[in-house]
Design a protein around this ligand. Structure first.
Ligand code: 1QQ
Length: 377
């Protein structure tokens, strides 16, 4: 890269027999300082995801640094990926090679993790997804973790609930074909529909960045589905929902994780009403921990947290617990501690990892009503 910092990064693939670097030193009085990098979709069409994640992380950081005084001080270094694979790769490289972080949280999109995860994994730096819901994320390697509930769990939960309560028999699908997350969500929707014996009346695609969905939706309307399954990020997804209603599509609309952000109501307006989504987090949940989080979040930001803020918040608690377990800011120790995580209970529910470090957890099904998501019952 032409730039040599005093403190070189971990070897790219274990070629050297030198002991692993300790990215942050133990400070006076035994307090461990840990620099953690964050890669977020902080600008561009999905910036509300990154903003929610940043808010959740900063809230947790304040609470944890207070609680861990004298033992552990975490510092967050935010990098904006712009939602692009290239941006995510550059951010990960910078955090590892220049900032010498002990671990990375993010990036936001599955596609970004597929691109940047291998870079961190090769460098043996733990990388922790907080919103990557696609299949195959953990297959990148041993240093890759996530607490985000995969769509393969969330979507079937939502589809089963919707089919049961709405008597759905025929479905049409529409998705963004140039986004890894949206494509994966579509595959899960289709496989679930087939497994449930639903008839698929039609399929259509669009690209992220598109603003006109009339041709696709007009075609799908003619196939007369009982439900429209939408796999997209919030911007395009919300425009699809709005257009579908404008075109007189009355079918139940069901979406994936991309819809778990309040921007949906801003963009789709009243057309969002009735939209069904599965999420591991609901601010309405009558649970002490959840309500304490919602209250603290509202006090700091003057709005309710969404799913992205919740999983971000939980991730720093997991980092804190694992760093305290490691007793030092060491990448390999931290990785081992993360891998051992069992039965962590956060605001987005109970979390443990399967043998491939995939999160195991439950989804709740929510429905949009008057500008917010409420339990679907
Ligand atoms: C993924 C997602 C997106 C909705 C994150 C914003 O779940 O990319 O996996």
């Amino acid at each position: 890269v032409g730039c040599s910092s005093g403190n070189s990064a971990a070897p790219a693939n274990g070629g050297s027999s030198a002991p692993a670097q300790t990215p942050a030193a133990e400070g006076a009085g035994g307090e461990v300082t840990a620099q953690i990098g964050v890669v977020g979709f902080l600008s561009g069409s999905g910036a509300a995801y990154g903003e929610a994640q940043k808010a959740g992380l900063e809230l947790a950081l304040g609470e944890l640094n207070e609680a861990n005084k004298g033992k552990l001080k975490m510092e967050l270094k935010f990098e904006d990926s712009g939602g692009e694979k290239e941006g995510a790769i550059n951010a990960v490289n910078k955090l590892i090679n220049q900032d010498n972080v002990v671990a990375i949280i993010g990036p936001t999109l599955s596609g970004e993790m597929f691109a940047a995860g291998p870079v961190a994994n090769e460098a043996e730096v733990p990388i922790f997804g907080i919103s990557n819901t696609s299949e195959g994320i953990n297959d990148i390697g041993e240093y890759v973790f996530r607490n985000s509930l995969p769509e393969s769990i969330a979507i079937p939960t939502a589809m089963k609930a919707a089919v049961e309560k709405k008597g759905i028999k025929k479905v049409a699908l529409i998705y963004a074909s140039n986004d890894d997350f949206s494509v994966n969500g579509y595959k899960v929707m289709k496989a679930t529909a087939e497994k449930m014996g639903l008839e698929i009346t039609g399929e259509a695609t669009f690209s992220n960045g598109d603003v006109d969905f009339s041709a696709q939706l007009t075609k799908l309307k003619q196939t007369n589905p009982d439900a429209l399954l939408v796999s997209a990020l919030y911007k395009e997804g919300s425009m699809v929902v709005k257009k579908a209603r404008e075109l007189g599509i009355t079918a139940t609309i069901l979406g994936g994780n991309g819809f778990n952000n309040p921007k949906v109501f801003e963009i789709a307006g009243p057309a969002a009403d009735g939209l069904i989504v599965a999420t591991p987090f609901s601010p309405e949940k009558q649970d002490e921990k959840v309500q304490a989080f919602v209250k603290a979040f509202e006090a700091k930001y003057n709005k309710k947290p969404d799913q992205f803020a919740a999983q971000a918040y939980d991730s720093l608690y997991i980092m804190s617990q694992s760093l305290l377990g490691a007793g030092k800011a060491d990448r390999e120790e931290l990785r081992n501690q993360l891998a051992q995580l069992k039965d962590f209970t956060g605001v987005s529910g109970k979390l443990s990892f399967d043998e491939k470090r995939n999160p195991i957890g439950d989804a709740v099904v929510v429905v949009a009503k008057d500008g917010k998501f409420v339990p679907f019952e």
